[in-house]
Design a protein. Sequence first.
Length: 143
Amino acid sequence: MFSIKLLAGKTPRTANAEILIDKYSEKVEVPLQYWKRERYREQWRGAIARIASGHTTACLITAMYDPRAANFIMWWPMWRQGERVFIQNQILFMDKIRTAFNEMEPHRSIPARAVVDEDGAKVSEWSVDIKDILDCASRMARE
């Protein structure tokens, strides 16, 4: 099972994203100052469709700020390897990427998948079958 959806927030300036990966569930606060609700949904639909169509990387942005002024964004990069999709929850620090961040093509800023961090600790990640991504893409296309 895989899904991401936008829920009501505590204030008009925020929403909540709920991400379900198999039995794991997480809700994160989504700022609505730079991107509005529909822009997040559009980015998520595009990212899921990108992975479903055979591309090896995509990302789900859950906190977008103006990339010209922001220090970071919150995202969930995805790497497709055959029939499995690996997903990590990360902070993308703008000063750590090589080229300017392009919000229309955020997948260009996804680094190579790392399974251990710089200290040698295992990176927290989830893995889902591509079938679950295809099912999610189908549900999102109907919304």
